[in-house]
Design a protein around this ligand. Structure first.
Ligand code: SF4
Length: 119
């Protein structure tokens, strides 16, 4: 249920994709429509600010690393995502799932062609 009372299915339901003004990969849009499922890839779109590299993603602020190497070395990447951290339970954010979709696209000739045609 969304905060405005509508459901995610109503927003991202069948046949509504052409009305979206989103610039995402086809597999990530499939994910938003509930047609595909992915694990979160929290390191895929890192966030940097005056405080440093945010751990593990820009939605959660468990800490800040001073360098990219420190971010990689001190973040327990396997501890995040649905079923791992309760804060991730309902997350479908692009910062975690678009990288997963892109990795799946790159691993499939069919999906790579689909993404090239869609762009
Ligand atoms: S599931 Fe969402 S909140 Fe959790 S690490 Fe991934 S992107 Fe961040």
């Amino acid at each position: 249920m969304r905060s405005d009372g509508g459901t995610v299915a109503e927003a991202f339901g069948e046949g509504r994709r052409k009305k979206w003004r989103l610039n995402h990969s086809p597999l990530f849009l499939d994910f938003l429509e509930g047609k595909r499922d992915f694990e979160c890839t929290p390191w895929g779109i890192p966030s940097y600010s005056l405080l440093g590299w945010q751990q593990p993603c820009y939605l959660l602020a468990d800490g800040y690393a001073k360098s990219w190497q420190e971010l990689l070395d001190t973040t327990d990447w396997d501890a995040f995502g649905r079923g791992k951290d309760p804060r991730c339970a309902n997350c479908m954010a692009h910062c975690g799932y678009e990288p997963s979709a892109v990795l799946a696209t790159m691993g499939s000739l069919r999906e790579s062609i689909r993404a090239a045609v869609a762009s």
